[in-house]
Design a protein around this ligand. Structure first.
Ligand code: BTN
Length: 241
């Protein structure tokens, strides 16, 4: 993959900048890197605090796959992030957590936000992969543990980190296009938090308990229930039981 990297001092949201350019016909490989965002967004409509020092990067992809297949790009993104963080030699354990968190010693260090456009015929138009990494700073008072590279005594700038991430992303995206989700799934499972262990999955108004045994072909979590049946989970938050 040949990336066309555009660096902005400040944008509303790098995902929004990629969306604008995608709608104007930009080709796959656009990578928008911003020093800060004034309206950074997270998952589930949350805001993403975006002061200078952290990484704010969005990629434009136009894979020739179905929207369901494109959803597995979130696992690819987590694997690329883990391998880029490996290059920072963090003296701690790096894991991924279903569906798309990247953790250092169990605390979230990065966020991934996939957004896409599907045409009236149901075909995928484009995908924006938004990635935020806490390099220099992390928020306080979150309902879950959060960390940054700086909190582990490591100084890495966005200008250092972006090329590491783009290189690992290019490698995995190339494989994903040829081989599909399988190798990405293997790499993701090798570093997955809670694999083989009892977990609780919190859904909006219920809870499931079981053993996290695998990911299915679409990236859904496979849970083995206490009675031995297998349940597919497509949404929810996973915690150790
Ligand atoms: C999450 O809620 O965990 C996802 C956060 C994603 C944040 C990144 S920062 C770069 C890109 N631009 C945005 O507005 N959001 C994503």
């Amino acid at each position: 993959m040949k990336w066309d990297v555009q660096v902005f001092d400040s944008v509303d949201s790098t995902n929004e900048e990629v969306r604008r350019q995608a709608e104007s016909g930009a080709v796959e490989g656009l990578a928008v890197l911003a020093k800060q965002q004034t309206a950074g967004r997270g998952r589930r409509g949350r805001a993403w605090d975006s002061p200078p020092g952290n990484l704010f990067l969005s990629l434009l992809l136009r894979p020739k796959v179905t929207p369901a297949e494109a959803a597995t790009l979130s696992f690819l993104t987590a694997v690329a992030l883990l391998e880029a963080l490996d290059l920072a030699s963090v003296p701690a354990t790096l894991t991924c957590k279903w569906p798309n968190d990247v953790l250092v010693n169990g605390a979230k260090i990065a966020g991934i936000l996939l957004e896409s456009r599907t045409g009236p015929d149901g075909a995928l138009g484009w995908v924006t992969v938004g990635i935020g990494v806490n390099l220099a700073w992390h928020p306080e008072g979150t309902p879950y543990p959060v960390t940054s590279l700086a909190a582990h005594g490591i100084t890495v700038t966005p200008e250092d980190f972006a090329p590491w991430l783009l290189a690992r992303y290019g490698y995995w995206y190339g494989r994903w296009q040829v081989e599909g989700f399988a190798p990405v799934r293997t790499a993701w499972l090798a570093r997955a938090q809670g694999l083989g262990q009892p977990v609780v999955v919190r859904l909006p108004d219920s809870e499931l308990q079981g053993r996290f045994v695998a990911l299915d072909d679409g990236g859904a979590l496979l849970l083995e229930l206490p009675d031995g049946r297998r349940q597919t989970v497509t949404a929810g938050d996973v915690f150790p039981a």
